[in-house]
Design a protein around this ligand. Structure first.
Ligand code: FAD
Length: 441
Protein backbone atom coordinates (compact mmCIF):
# COMPACT_ATOMS: atom_id res chain seq x y z
CA UNK A 1 0.00 0.00 0.00
CA UNK A 2 1.37 3.41 -0.93
CA UNK A 3 1.75 5.61 2.15
CA UNK A 4 3.64 8.89 1.97
CA UNK A 5 2.98 9.98 5.54
CA UNK A 6 5.87 10.29 7.98
CA UNK A 7 6.06 8.14 11.10
CA UNK A 8 5.84 9.79 14.54
CA UNK A 9 9.58 9.25 14.91
CA UNK A 10 10.32 10.95 11.58
CA UNK A 11 8.07 13.85 12.49
CA UNK A 12 9.98 14.24 15.77
CA UNK A 13 13.35 14.26 13.95
CA UNK A 14 12.03 16.69 11.37
CA UNK A 15 10.93 19.07 14.12
CA UNK A 16 14.37 18.81 15.73
CA UNK A 17 16.22 19.62 12.49
CA UNK A 18 13.80 22.42 11.69
CA UNK A 19 14.26 23.98 15.14
CA UNK A 20 18.03 23.79 14.74
CA UNK A 21 17.86 25.45 11.31
CA UNK A 22 15.55 28.19 12.57
CA UNK A 23 17.18 28.92 15.94
CA UNK A 24 20.86 28.24 15.31
CA UNK A 25 21.56 28.43 11.57
CA UNK A 26 19.36 31.26 10.27
CA UNK A 27 20.43 33.94 12.78
CA UNK A 28 24.07 33.70 11.62
CA UNK A 29 23.54 32.84 7.95
CA UNK A 30 23.86 36.38 6.52
CA UNK A 31 27.01 37.11 8.53
CA UNK A 32 28.86 33.94 7.45
CA UNK A 33 27.72 34.46 3.87
CA UNK A 34 29.01 38.04 3.85
CA UNK A 35 32.32 37.27 5.60
CA UNK A 36 32.86 33.90 3.93
CA UNK A 37 33.68 32.51 7.37
CA UNK A 38 33.40 28.92 8.60
CA UNK A 39 30.57 28.55 11.13
CA UNK A 40 32.47 26.63 13.80
CA UNK A 41 30.05 27.74 16.54
CA UNK A 42 27.19 26.09 14.59
CA UNK A 43 29.16 22.86 14.27
CA UNK A 44 29.82 22.91 18.01
CA UNK A 45 26.14 23.40 18.83
CA UNK A 46 25.17 20.68 16.34
CA UNK A 47 27.71 18.40 17.99
CA UNK A 48 26.25 19.18 21.45
CA UNK A 49 22.77 18.27 20.15
CA UNK A 50 24.06 15.07 18.54
CA UNK A 51 23.27 16.33 15.03
CA UNK A 52 26.94 16.53 13.98
CA UNK A 53 27.95 13.03 15.02
CA UNK A 54 28.70 9.56 13.82
CA UNK A 55 25.47 8.31 15.42
CA UNK A 56 23.39 10.81 13.47
CA UNK A 57 25.09 9.79 10.23
CA UNK A 58 24.71 6.05 11.01
CA UNK A 59 20.97 6.53 11.69
CA UNK A 60 20.62 7.33 7.98
CA UNK A 61 22.14 3.99 7.04
CA UNK A 62 19.72 2.10 9.31
CA UNK A 63 16.57 3.92 8.21
CA UNK A 64 14.38 1.42 6.31
CA UNK A 65 12.43 4.18 4.51
CA UNK A 66 15.51 5.92 3.09
CA UNK A 67 14.10 9.33 4.07
CA UNK A 68 16.34 10.12 7.07
CA UNK A 69 19.01 12.04 5.18
CA UNK A 70 16.49 13.67 2.87
CA UNK A 71 14.47 15.09 5.75
CA UNK A 72 17.62 16.28 7.53
CA UNK A 73 19.14 17.86 4.42
CA UNK A 74 15.96 19.63 3.37
CA UNK A 75 15.62 21.29 6.78
CA UNK A 76 19.29 22.18 7.21
CA UNK A 77 19.57 23.63 3.68
CA UNK A 78 16.31 25.51 4.30
CA UNK A 79 18.25 27.17 7.14
CA UNK A 80 21.32 28.11 5.03
CA UNK A 81 22.90 26.11 2.24
CA UNK A 82 26.48 27.18 3.07
CA UNK A 83 26.24 26.31 6.77
CA UNK A 84 24.35 23.12 5.98
CA UNK A 85 27.06 22.04 3.54
CA UNK A 86 29.66 22.63 6.24
CA UNK A 87 27.56 20.41 8.56
CA UNK A 88 27.10 17.61 6.05
CA UNK A 89 30.34 17.51 4.06
CA UNK A 90 32.09 15.26 6.60
CA UNK A 91 29.40 12.74 5.70
CA UNK A 92 30.86 12.66 2.17
CA UNK A 93 34.17 11.48 3.61
CA UNK A 94 32.28 8.82 5.55
CA UNK A 95 30.46 7.76 2.41
CA UNK A 96 33.86 7.33 0.73
CA UNK A 97 35.17 5.40 3.73
CA UNK A 98 32.19 3.09 3.92
CA UNK A 99 32.11 2.52 0.14
CA UNK A 100 35.78 1.55 -0.19
CA UNK A 101 37.10 0.76 3.29
CA UNK A 102 37.03 -2.33 5.47
CA UNK A 103 34.78 -2.24 8.58
CA UNK A 104 37.95 -1.81 10.70
CA UNK A 105 39.10 1.18 8.65
CA UNK A 106 35.65 2.72 8.90
CA UNK A 107 35.54 2.27 12.69
CA UNK A 108 39.01 3.76 13.04
CA UNK A 109 38.55 6.82 10.81
CA UNK A 110 34.86 7.67 11.23
CA UNK A 111 35.10 9.30 14.70
CA UNK A 112 37.88 11.50 13.27
CA UNK A 113 35.35 13.04 10.88
CA UNK A 114 33.19 14.54 13.66
CA UNK A 115 35.13 14.83 16.94
CA UNK A 116 33.33 16.29 19.97
CA UNK A 117 31.78 19.69 20.87
CA UNK A 118 35.08 20.87 22.37
CA UNK A 119 37.21 19.36 19.60
CA UNK A 120 35.37 19.49 16.26
CA UNK A 121 36.87 17.35 13.48
CA UNK A 122 36.31 17.61 9.74
CA UNK A 123 36.25 15.12 6.89
CA UNK A 124 36.83 15.63 3.16
CA UNK A 125 36.22 13.55 0.06
CA UNK A 126 38.69 14.61 -2.64
CA UNK A 127 37.89 13.47 -6.15
CA UNK A 128 37.79 16.62 -8.34
CA UNK A 129 40.93 18.14 -9.85
CA UNK A 130 41.57 21.50 -11.55
CA UNK A 131 41.67 19.68 -14.89
CA UNK A 132 38.21 18.16 -14.51
CA UNK A 133 35.43 16.90 -12.30
CA UNK A 134 32.95 15.31 -14.71
CA UNK A 135 35.40 12.90 -16.32
CA UNK A 136 36.29 11.09 -13.11
CA UNK A 137 37.81 8.15 -14.95
CA UNK A 138 40.70 10.40 -16.04
CA UNK A 139 42.07 11.54 -12.67
CA UNK A 140 45.69 12.64 -12.82
CA UNK A 141 46.51 12.33 -9.11
CA UNK A 142 48.67 9.21 -8.81
CA UNK A 143 49.48 6.76 -6.05
CA UNK A 144 52.53 4.47 -6.26
CA UNK A 145 53.66 1.81 -3.86
CA UNK A 146 57.11 2.39 -2.35
CA UNK A 147 58.16 -0.30 0.11
CA UNK A 148 55.67 -0.33 2.95
CA UNK A 149 54.25 3.08 1.98
CA UNK A 150 52.09 4.70 -0.68
CA UNK A 151 53.27 7.94 -2.27
CA UNK A 152 50.62 10.33 -3.63
CA UNK A 153 51.21 13.16 -6.12
CA UNK A 154 48.58 15.45 -7.57
CA UNK A 155 46.31 18.45 -7.21
CA UNK A 156 42.74 18.54 -5.85
CA UNK A 157 40.28 21.41 -6.19
CA UNK A 158 36.70 22.27 -5.13
CA UNK A 159 37.03 20.02 -2.08
CA UNK A 160 34.78 20.59 0.94
CA UNK A 161 37.23 20.99 3.88
CA UNK A 162 40.03 20.33 1.38
CA UNK A 163 43.42 21.05 2.95
CA UNK A 164 42.03 21.63 6.48
CA UNK A 165 40.24 18.32 7.13
CA UNK A 166 41.35 15.90 9.81
CA UNK A 167 40.60 13.03 7.42
CA UNK A 168 41.03 13.41 3.65
CA UNK A 169 39.69 10.52 1.61
CA UNK A 170 41.64 10.97 -1.63
CA UNK A 171 40.82 9.17 -4.87
CA UNK A 172 43.96 8.58 -6.97
CA UNK A 173 45.03 6.54 -9.98
CA UNK A 174 47.19 3.53 -9.26
CA UNK A 175 47.10 2.52 -12.92
CA UNK A 176 45.85 5.53 -14.96
CA UNK A 177 45.38 3.38 -18.08
CA UNK A 178 42.60 1.42 -16.40
CA UNK A 179 40.24 4.36 -15.75
CA UNK A 180 37.88 3.74 -12.80
CA UNK A 181 39.21 0.25 -12.32
CA UNK A 182 42.76 1.55 -11.84
CA UNK A 183 41.72 4.00 -9.09
CA UNK A 184 41.78 3.56 -5.33
CA UNK A 185 40.90 5.62 -2.27
CA UNK A 186 43.41 6.56 0.42
CA UNK A 187 43.17 8.17 3.84
CA UNK A 188 45.47 11.16 4.21
CA UNK A 189 45.37 12.52 7.78
CA UNK A 190 45.82 16.18 8.64
CA UNK A 191 49.45 17.19 9.05
CA UNK A 192 50.85 14.49 6.74
CA UNK A 193 54.05 15.78 5.12
CA UNK A 194 53.36 16.54 1.45
CA UNK A 195 49.69 17.49 2.01
CA UNK A 196 49.93 21.16 1.02
CA UNK A 197 46.88 23.43 1.40
CA UNK A 198 46.75 25.97 -1.45
CA UNK A 199 43.78 28.26 -0.69
CA UNK A 200 40.18 28.63 0.40
CA UNK A 201 38.11 29.16 -2.74
CA UNK A 202 35.91 32.25 -2.89
CA UNK A 203 32.46 31.32 -4.20
CA UNK A 204 29.25 32.77 -5.64
CA UNK A 205 27.13 30.93 -3.07
CA UNK A 206 27.48 28.49 -0.16
CA UNK A 207 30.00 31.01 1.10
CA UNK A 208 29.95 29.76 4.71
CA UNK A 209 31.20 26.35 3.63
CA UNK A 210 34.95 25.86 3.41
CA UNK A 211 35.81 24.75 -0.11
CA UNK A 212 39.53 24.30 -0.70
CA UNK A 213 42.32 23.41 -3.03
CA UNK A 214 45.39 21.39 -2.04
CA UNK A 215 48.39 19.64 -3.52
CA UNK A 216 49.86 16.25 -2.79
CA UNK A 217 53.63 16.49 -3.19
CA UNK A 218 55.36 13.15 -2.62
CA UNK A 219 52.81 12.66 0.13
CA UNK A 220 53.80 9.46 1.93
CA UNK A 221 51.24 7.40 3.86
CA UNK A 222 51.48 3.90 5.40
CA UNK A 223 50.25 0.94 3.32
CA UNK A 224 47.24 0.37 5.58
CA UNK A 225 45.84 3.79 4.54
CA UNK A 226 44.77 2.21 1.26
CA UNK A 227 41.02 1.74 1.70
CA UNK A 228 39.86 -1.83 1.22
CA UNK A 229 43.39 -3.24 1.45
CA UNK A 230 45.93 -4.56 -1.04
CA UNK A 231 44.09 -7.80 -1.91
CA UNK A 232 40.99 -5.96 -3.01
CA UNK A 233 43.10 -3.58 -5.10
CA UNK A 234 44.98 -6.49 -6.74
CA UNK A 235 41.65 -8.07 -7.59
CA UNK A 236 40.54 -4.86 -9.32
CA UNK A 237 43.78 -4.49 -11.24
CA UNK A 238 43.79 -8.11 -12.38
CA UNK A 239 43.01 -8.06 -16.14
CA UNK A 240 41.32 -11.45 -15.81
CA UNK A 241 39.11 -10.15 -13.00
CA UNK A 242 35.44 -9.35 -13.46
CA UNK A 243 35.75 -5.62 -12.79
CA UNK A 244 32.27 -4.60 -13.79
CA UNK A 245 30.61 -5.34 -10.50
CA UNK A 246 33.30 -3.56 -8.52
CA UNK A 247 33.91 -0.46 -10.60
CA UNK A 248 30.84 -0.21 -12.75
CA UNK A 249 27.42 -1.13 -11.50
CA UNK A 250 28.23 -0.92 -7.79
CA UNK A 251 29.66 2.58 -8.11
CA UNK A 252 26.79 3.73 -10.28
CA UNK A 253 24.29 2.35 -7.81
CA UNK A 254 26.04 4.15 -4.94
CA UNK A 255 25.87 7.40 -6.92
CA UNK A 256 22.20 6.88 -7.73
CA UNK A 257 21.53 6.39 -4.01
CA UNK A 258 23.35 9.58 -3.01
CA UNK A 259 21.70 11.83 -5.59
CA UNK A 260 18.27 12.14 -3.89
CA UNK A 261 20.09 13.58 -0.87
CA UNK A 262 21.46 16.38 -3.05
CA UNK A 263 17.94 16.79 -4.45
CA UNK A 264 16.69 17.31 -0.89
CA UNK A 265 19.32 20.04 -0.39
CA UNK A 266 18.04 21.89 -3.47
CA UNK A 267 14.44 21.45 -2.29
CA UNK A 268 15.36 23.02 1.08
CA UNK A 269 16.75 26.15 -0.59
CA UNK A 270 13.79 26.39 -2.98
CA UNK A 271 11.30 26.01 -0.14
CA UNK A 272 12.97 28.80 1.82
CA UNK A 273 12.68 31.12 -1.19
CA UNK A 274 9.07 30.12 -1.91
CA UNK A 275 7.93 30.68 1.69
CA UNK A 276 9.59 34.08 1.83
CA UNK A 277 8.15 35.16 -1.51
CA UNK A 278 4.67 34.00 -0.48
CA UNK A 279 4.79 35.97 2.77
CA UNK A 280 6.05 39.02 0.87
CA UNK A 281 3.28 38.69 -1.72
CA UNK A 282 0.69 38.68 1.05
CA UNK A 283 2.01 41.91 2.58
CA UNK A 284 3.28 44.02 -0.30
CA UNK A 285 0.54 46.06 -1.95
CA UNK A 286 0.56 47.52 -5.46
CA UNK A 287 -2.37 49.15 -7.29
CA UNK A 288 -4.31 48.95 -4.01
CA UNK A 289 -4.06 45.19 -3.61
CA UNK A 290 -1.65 42.64 -2.12
CA UNK A 291 0.69 41.19 -4.77
CA UNK A 292 -0.91 37.79 -4.25
CA UNK A 293 -4.18 39.10 -5.67
CA UNK A 294 -2.50 39.90 -8.99
CA UNK A 295 -2.92 36.75 -11.10
CA UNK A 296 0.60 36.80 -12.66
CA UNK A 297 2.15 36.76 -9.17
CA UNK A 298 -0.28 34.14 -7.84
CA UNK A 299 0.55 31.96 -10.86
CA UNK A 300 4.27 32.29 -10.22
CA UNK A 301 3.71 31.11 -6.64
CA UNK A 302 1.44 28.27 -7.78
CA UNK A 303 4.16 27.04 -10.13
CA UNK A 304 6.76 27.31 -7.39
CA UNK A 305 4.65 25.26 -4.95
CA UNK A 306 3.94 22.60 -7.60
CA UNK A 307 7.58 22.41 -8.71
CA UNK A 308 8.82 21.90 -5.15
CA UNK A 309 6.32 19.12 -4.47
CA UNK A 310 7.08 17.36 -7.76
CA UNK A 311 10.81 17.43 -7.04
CA UNK A 312 10.27 16.11 -3.53
CA UNK A 313 8.20 13.19 -4.79
CA UNK A 314 10.94 12.18 -7.25
CA UNK A 315 13.55 12.42 -4.49
CA UNK A 316 11.50 10.38 -2.04
CA UNK A 317 10.90 7.71 -4.69
CA UNK A 318 14.61 7.45 -5.44
CA UNK A 319 15.46 7.26 -1.73
CA UNK A 320 12.83 4.58 -1.17
CA UNK A 321 14.27 2.58 -4.11
CA UNK A 322 17.73 2.78 -2.54
CA UNK A 323 16.50 1.74 0.91
CA UNK A 324 14.58 -1.21 -0.51
CA UNK A 325 17.48 -2.21 -2.78
CA UNK A 326 15.60 -1.80 -6.04
CA UNK A 327 17.48 -1.38 -9.31
CA UNK A 328 17.62 2.15 -10.68
CA UNK A 329 16.60 1.00 -14.16
CA UNK A 330 15.56 4.47 -15.33
CA UNK A 331 18.29 6.38 -13.44
CA UNK A 332 15.69 7.54 -10.93
CA UNK A 333 18.41 8.91 -8.62
CA UNK A 334 19.79 11.13 -11.39
CA UNK A 335 16.27 12.17 -12.36
CA UNK A 336 15.58 13.34 -8.83
CA UNK A 337 18.81 15.34 -8.62
CA UNK A 338 18.37 16.94 -12.04
CA UNK A 339 14.73 17.85 -11.46
CA UNK A 340 15.40 19.35 -8.02
CA UNK A 341 18.49 21.31 -9.14
CA UNK A 342 16.82 22.97 -12.07
CA UNK A 343 13.67 23.51 -10.00
CA UNK A 344 15.69 25.31 -7.29
CA UNK A 345 17.33 27.61 -9.84
CA UNK A 346 13.88 28.44 -11.29
CA UNK A 347 12.10 28.86 -7.96
CA UNK A 348 14.74 31.11 -6.40
CA UNK A 349 14.80 33.25 -9.56
CA UNK A 350 11.02 33.64 -9.33
CA UNK A 351 11.34 34.61 -5.67
CA UNK A 352 13.71 37.43 -6.63
CA UNK A 353 11.20 38.50 -9.29
CA UNK A 354 8.30 38.57 -6.82
CA UNK A 355 10.26 40.91 -4.54
CA UNK A 356 11.10 43.16 -7.50
CA UNK A 357 13.95 45.61 -6.79
CA UNK A 358 13.94 44.55 -3.14
CA UNK A 359 14.73 41.01 -4.23
CA UNK A 360 17.90 42.29 -5.82
CA UNK A 361 19.17 43.78 -2.58
CA UNK A 362 21.11 42.08 0.17
CA UNK A 363 18.41 43.47 2.54
CA UNK A 364 16.40 40.30 1.84
CA UNK A 365 17.70 36.73 1.78
CA UNK A 366 16.26 35.80 -1.62
CA UNK A 367 19.32 37.07 -3.52
CA UNK A 368 21.44 34.72 -1.36
CA UNK A 369 19.17 31.74 -2.03
CA UNK A 370 19.35 32.57 -5.75
CA UNK A 371 23.18 32.51 -5.59
CA UNK A 372 23.19 29.37 -3.43
CA UNK A 373 20.82 27.42 -5.69
CA UNK A 374 23.10 27.51 -8.74
CA UNK A 375 25.51 25.01 -7.23
CA UNK A 376 23.00 22.18 -7.50
CA UNK A 377 23.30 22.31 -11.30
CA UNK A 378 27.03 21.74 -10.85
CA UNK A 379 28.19 19.66 -7.89
CA UNK A 380 27.74 15.91 -7.42
CA UNK A 381 27.38 15.56 -11.18
CA UNK A 382 26.40 18.47 -13.43
CA UNK A 383 22.99 18.67 -15.11
CA UNK A 384 24.58 17.65 -18.42
CA UNK A 385 26.06 14.54 -16.82
CA UNK A 386 22.72 13.66 -15.16
CA UNK A 387 21.00 13.94 -18.55
CA UNK A 388 23.62 11.64 -20.07
CA UNK A 389 23.04 9.07 -17.32
CA UNK A 390 19.26 9.26 -17.80
CA UNK A 391 19.59 9.06 -21.58
CA UNK A 392 21.76 5.95 -21.28
CA UNK A 393 19.06 4.24 -19.25
CA UNK A 394 16.28 4.90 -21.78
CA UNK A 395 14.75 1.69 -23.13
CA UNK A 396 15.94 0.84 -26.64
CA UNK A 397 13.48 0.62 -29.52
CA UNK A 398 12.34 -2.91 -30.40
CA UNK A 399 13.55 -2.46 -33.99
CA UNK A 400 15.93 0.02 -35.64
CA UNK A 401 14.41 3.41 -36.36
CA UNK A 402 13.42 3.93 -40.02
CA UNK A 403 15.74 6.37 -41.68
CA UNK A 404 13.27 8.36 -43.75
CA UNK A 405 10.26 10.30 -42.56
CA UNK A 406 7.94 8.58 -45.05
CA UNK A 407 8.89 5.12 -43.76
CA UNK A 408 8.50 6.34 -40.23
CA UNK A 409 4.99 7.61 -40.87
CA UNK A 410 4.00 4.57 -42.89
CA UNK A 411 5.44 2.17 -40.33
CA UNK A 412 3.58 3.75 -37.47
CA UNK A 413 0.28 3.94 -39.36
CA UNK A 414 0.51 7.69 -39.43
CA UNK A 415 -2.15 9.69 -41.19
CA UNK A 416 -2.55 13.36 -41.93
CA UNK A 417 -5.00 15.38 -39.88
CA UNK A 418 -6.42 18.73 -40.80
CA UNK A 419 -3.76 21.34 -41.48
CA UNK A 420 -1.35 18.65 -42.62
CA UNK A 421 -0.29 17.76 -39.06
CA UNK A 422 0.66 14.12 -38.59
CA UNK A 423 -1.47 12.04 -36.21
CA UNK A 424 -0.73 8.53 -35.03
CA UNK A 425 -3.44 5.90 -35.42
CA UNK A 426 -4.39 4.59 -31.99
CA UNK A 427 -3.96 0.95 -33.10
CA UNK A 428 -0.23 1.70 -33.24
CA UNK A 429 0.20 3.91 -30.20
CA UNK A 430 -1.38 1.46 -27.76
CA UNK A 431 0.89 -1.55 -28.45
CA UNK A 432 3.91 0.73 -28.78
CA UNK A 433 3.21 2.22 -25.38
CA UNK A 434 2.55 -1.12 -23.67
CA UNK A 435 5.82 -2.47 -25.09
CA UNK A 436 7.56 0.53 -23.61
CA UNK A 437 6.07 0.06 -20.16
CA UNK A 438 6.55 -3.72 -20.10
CA UNK A 439 10.27 -3.27 -20.83
CA UNK A 440 10.56 -0.98 -17.82
CA UNK A 441 8.74 -3.17 -15.31
C1 FAD B 1 30.74 24.37 -4.06
C2 FAD B 1 31.32 23.11 -4.63
C3 FAD B 1 31.65 22.07 -3.78
C4 FAD B 1 32.25 20.90 -4.28
N1 FAD B 1 32.63 19.92 -3.42
C5 FAD B 1 33.35 18.87 -3.89
C6 FAD B 1 33.90 17.91 -2.97
O1 FAD B 1 33.72 18.01 -1.76
N2 FAD B 1 34.66 16.90 -3.49
C7 FAD B 1 34.88 16.77 -4.83
O2 FAD B 1 35.59 15.85 -5.21
N3 FAD B 1 34.37 17.66 -5.72
C8 FAD B 1 33.61 18.70 -5.28
N4 FAD B 1 33.10 19.63 -6.16
C9 FAD B 1 33.41 19.50 -7.58
C10 FAD B 1 32.21 19.22 -8.46
O3 FAD B 1 31.74 17.92 -8.26
C11 FAD B 1 32.66 19.51 -9.89
O4 FAD B 1 32.79 20.93 -10.01
C12 FAD B 1 31.69 18.98 -10.92
O5 FAD B 1 31.72 17.58 -10.95
C13 FAD B 1 32.00 19.50 -12.32
O6 FAD B 1 33.35 19.35 -12.65
P1 FAD B 1 34.16 20.59 -13.29
O7 FAD B 1 33.87 21.76 -12.42
O8 FAD B 1 35.57 20.19 -13.45
O9 FAD B 1 33.49 20.83 -14.69
P2 FAD B 1 33.89 20.09 -16.10
O10 FAD B 1 33.91 18.62 -15.90
O11 FAD B 1 35.11 20.75 -16.64
O12 FAD B 1 32.63 20.51 -16.98
C14 FAD B 1 32.47 21.85 -17.49
C15 FAD B 1 31.11 21.93 -18.20
O13 FAD B 1 31.10 21.03 -19.30
C16 FAD B 1 30.01 20.10 -19.17
N5 FAD B 1 30.46 18.79 -19.65
C17 FAD B 1 31.56 18.11 -19.26
N6 FAD B 1 31.65 16.95 -19.93
C18 FAD B 1 30.57 16.90 -20.76
C19 FAD B 1 30.08 15.95 -21.72
N7 FAD B 1 30.70 14.79 -21.95
N8 FAD B 1 28.95 16.25 -22.38
C20 FAD B 1 28.28 17.41 -22.15
N9 FAD B 1 28.69 18.34 -21.27
C21 FAD B 1 29.81 18.09 -20.58
C22 FAD B 1 29.67 20.10 -17.69
O14 FAD B 1 28.33 19.72 -17.46
C23 FAD B 1 29.94 21.55 -17.31
O15 FAD B 1 28.82 22.31 -17.65
C24 FAD B 1 32.48 20.78 -5.67
C25 FAD B 1 32.11 21.83 -6.54
C26 FAD B 1 31.55 22.98 -6.03
C27 FAD B 1 31.19 24.10 -6.97
Amino acid sequence: MLDLSLTAEQQGQLAEWHAFAEEVIRPVAAEHDRDESTPMEVLEEASRRGLYSLDSWAAGLEDPTGLHWLLANEELFWGCAGIALQLTVSGLALAGLSAAGTPEQLMQCAPECFGSPSDIKLGALAVTEPTGGSDVASLTTTARRDGSDWVLDGHKMFIGNGGIADVHVVVAAVDPDLGHRGQASFVVPKGTAGLVPVRRLSKLGLRAAYTGEFRLESCRIPADHLLGGQDKLDERLDPAGHDEDISGSTTLKALERSRPVVAAQAIGVARAAYEYALAYACERRTFGHPLLEHPPIAELLADMAMDIDAARLLAWRAAWMGATDRDYQAAEGSMSKLKASEMATRVTEKAVQILGGHGYLADHPVEKWYRDAKVFDIYEGTSQIQRMVIARSLPEAESPLPLRRAEFEEGLGCRRGRGGRARFASRWTVPAWSCFTSRRS
